[in-house]
Ligand binder design. Sequence first.
Ligand SMILES: [Zn+2]
Length: 208
Amino acid sequence: MTGQLQTPALPDGMLSEWRPSGVTCLAWAILSIPIVAIGLTVYVGVALRGEFPRSATIYLTDMIVGLALVLVLACIHEGVHGIVMMRCGARPEFGVLKIGGILAGFYTTAPGHRFGRRQYLIIAFAPLAVLAPLGVLACLLPFGAYLAVPFAIHLAGCIGDGTIAWHVMRQPSGTVCEDLRDGMRFWAADASITQAGAQPDQASIERA
Ligand SMILES: [Zn+2]
């Protein structure tokens, strides 16, 4: 029959690939709003000891400091991913994700390295597990109010890791995981290490 789309065959041993679609990114943007709200409630509540102000004035310097702290937290977040990857025997690489020449985020990856499912789940959740409770402690400091917003934004930023972890958990037992910087590739346990396949599309990614 003519006109029928053919699904390209996956390389031998590869089970599937996943990259976030436009719909996924939109869902992340929408879901990040209630997550930031929850984060703000917790972190501001801790910083102000539960005495929420009726109104607040935010100065430009506050915004600049807050943005700088968001960037610092993002770097620490990627550093935590990298440390856990190293503990798993990988050699992590770090970079900057740009869309249209504008900074859109950071990434940590380990090209060609195959992780077990449990290893990759630890890699995915480690920054959240470390930084979310650390934020509560940090907000107890005298200048904790400055940290509340950056930690709330960081909390929402973990939504991508949560999505990846969900995809990892859906794979059959024994599946091997490969980080693609902008997604994941899943391999059968007995797939050859030489079948790394093509690298992801570099069109929208520039390395640091
Ligand atoms: Zn992450």
